[in-house]
Design a protein. Structure first.
Length: 133
């Protein structure tokens, strides 16, 4: 006896969510608290770049200052790097992953039978697998 379509859809949704998380982890580190650190660094970087344009003697935020010192970079070089990586994540990578995650789950929801669920799941997982750094 086959499983009810609703359970097949639930399983497929779960697999798509899991794969989206795995793909995100190819681009960003995800230990506890790291997302907050990334957001803080990006805000500090953008604030520092804007302030530096007006006053080259401006002081960077603590994350930018500490990391720039540790890496032997100028705060401006690090802030520019962080801003570029943050923009790439926010403007390109994250939207692509999220669009496929949500769209794949919608395709699974719209699937009329077990074969269509399997096909929608396979297509979404393949699209997510194709997203590499």
């Amino acid at each position: 006896m086959s499983r009810p379509l609703s359970l097949l859809r639930w399983d497929a949704h779960t697999l798509i969510d899991k794969k989206a998380g795995e793909v995100r982890a190819l681009f960003i580190s995800d230990p506890t608290g790291q997302q907050a650190v990334y957001q803080t660094k990006l805000a500090e970087a953008r604030e520092f770049i804007a302030a530096y344009a007006l006053d080259e003697n401006t002081t960077p935020g603590p994350h930018i200052a500490a990391e720039a010192t540790r890496r032997g970079m100028t705060p401006l070089a690090l802030a520019t790097e962080v801003d570029g990586l943050g923009s790439y994540w926010l403007d390109t990578v994250s939207p692509a992953i999220e669009a496929e995650r949500v769209g794949g789950k919608q395709d699974v929801t719209d699937a009329a039978d077990e074969a269509a669920v399997a096909a929608a799941l396979a297509a979404s997982l393949a699209a997510l697998d194709a997203m590499t750094p």
